[in-house]
Design a protein around this ligand. Sequence first.
Ligand code: ADP
Ligand code: ADP
Length: 234
Amino acid sequence: VYVIEISGLRKTYRSRTGSVVAVDGVDLSVGEGEVYGVLGRSGAGKSTLLRCVNMLERPDAGTVRVGDVELTGLTGKRLRTARHGIGMIHQHFALLSSRTVAGNVAFALEVTGTPRAERKARVAELLELVGLTERAGAYPAQLSGGQKQRVGIARALAARPQVLLSDEATSALDPETTESILRLLLDLNRRLGLTILLITHEMTVVKRICRSVALMRDGRFAESGTVAELLRRP
Ligand code: ADP
Ligand code: ADP
């Protein structure tokens, strides 16, 4: 069963000075419970591709299905609801600086429609899941990078998504912290059956947690397969 299915995806950015084909005909199928990596240099189109998976960017052509929802046709409230099934984490965490750790997670619960009466217990559960219970009352500025990303992960999982999108989630972290975040992602993949689609420019990240990988270059997948297969190729 494929949880994410992308077919013929294309995205062009147009401006007065010309146009850039950022994603140029990508097909991608990600199986349930898989950790799938898209690896490529800066400018390859990885971020655009990822942002098309939750329609933060609208593709010019192609289709994107996540779970049983075809996203490309959706707008407004139906798109927002569909997005609850897709969590996302970011390189620079994107936390609300005026809210505590618990407040950031509670806000995500509010936005995705968790009833007030359930929020407190669910915040506690999510913080426990990412190992941040002790830091519930801290503000983002008081946290280490790894702790900030744990908040990002807790927030992304608020609506119990089937899929997590990771946009260079460890690129701002030192190697030791990177390892602890990757271990957490693997743990969530195994315990929750969470399907993870990640983009990265680092082969070490792919080797550490991905089963399958696509190499992206100039908006296209130059190669794809299991990590083991790709490492064996000359
Ligand atoms: P990556 O994530 O692999 O670094 P991106 O998807 O960010 O690649 O970028 C792919 C191409 O699209 C690049 O040439 C980039 O300059 C261009 N691009 C990305 N975002 C925009 C945008 N909002 N407007 C115009 N061009 C963009
Ligand atoms: P903020 O002031 O940043 O909005 P609060 O500390 O008021 O954050 O908490 C926001 C939400 O998180 C509330 O729903 C609150 O019940 C919940 N919350 C606060 N501290 C904890 C905690 N230690 N464990 C679980 N939930 C908490």
